[in-house]
Write a protein that binds this ligand. Structure first.
Ligand SMILES: *[C@@H]1O[C@H](CO)[C@@H](O)[C@H](O)[C@H]1NC(C)=O
Ligand SMILES: *[C@@H]1O[C@H](CO)[C@@H](O)[C@H](O)[C@H]1NC(C)=O
Ligand SMILES: *[C@@H]1O[C@H](CO)[C@@H](O)[C@H](O)[C@H]1NC(C)=O
Ligand SMILES: [Cu+2]
Length: 201
């Protein structure tokens, strides 16, 4: 019993930062639920892919439906397809490492972004989620295929594991907005989170 308490305490300290769980493609929709989160440094944003074949791909406020390439390549879950009737769901997550500036994401599966499948971390009063989504909806749905650029940024990921692709492949961008502040979450810690969740739920 005492050992159990110690283990629990240790696990709680490991996961003391907040973890946001975002459902991707819930009920077959082109949605992230919630659509945005307000996260602080150390928090984890974990995506659970429930259906279809979506991505979580970092973009920019200015170009919601195009993968971020400057100042550094954005992070990208890659396509995580979910077979019909699946009982296990792929997860992918990242940690807010360094600052709480906004981060913008979309689904690279055409034409999902043009239909409004976008997500934001820490939108602001000036750069709102609503404005970001409106810009996504305003993109031409016929021209979304070239925007995802998943090539070269897709890790081999398996169900339940998490890896921020490309997060370590570029030097820290000290330029301009310091946009590169997220890295991939290690599979190990996420596995612990999953274990705890499994025990608690
Ligand atoms: C998921 O979508 C991508 C991009 O359209 C495609 O290349 C891939 O084959 C799809 N995967 C499955 C299992 O449908
Ligand atoms: C179509 O997408 C490509 C690649 O993102 C982009 O360079 C081009 O400007 C887009 N064209 C239009 C008309 O939006
Ligand atoms: C924050 O980012 C800068 C530049 O990328 C880096 O030099 C610094 O080590 C980071 N700080 C932390 C606490 O990760
Ligand atoms: Cu999608």
């Amino acid at each position: 019993m005492r050992l159990f308490a110690i283990v629990v305490a240790a696990l709680i300290s490991v996961v003391s930062a907040e973890t946001f769980t975002v459902l991707v493609g819930e009920n077959g929709g082109l949605t992230y639920n919630p659509e945005s989160v307000v996260a602080k440094v150390g928090d984890v944003v974990a995506f659970r892919f429930l259906a279809k074949n979506h991505t979580v791909t970092q973009s920019t406020f200015a170009k919601p439906c195009e993968a971020m390439i400057t100042p550094t390549a954005g992070i990208d879950s890659g396509f995580l397809p979910v077979p019909a009737g699946a009982t296990q769901f792929p997860e992918w997550s990242f940690t807010i490492d360094n600052d709480t500036t906004p981060f913008w994401f979309y689904c690279a599966q055409a034409p999902h972004c043009a239909k409004g499948m976008v997500f934001a971390v820490n939108p602001t009063a000036e750069k709102t989620y609503a404005a970001f989504k409106a810009a996504a909806l305003a993109t031409t749905a016929t021209n979304t295929t070239g925007s995802g650029s998943p090539s070269g940024s897709n890790p081999t990921q398996t169900s339940g594991t998490t890896a921020g692709t490309g997060a370590d492949s570029s030097p820290s961008a000290s330029t301009t907005n310091g946009a590169r502040t997220m890295t991939g979450k290690t599979a190990g810690v996420l596995a612990v989170v999953g274990l705890v969740a499994g025990l608690v739920l």
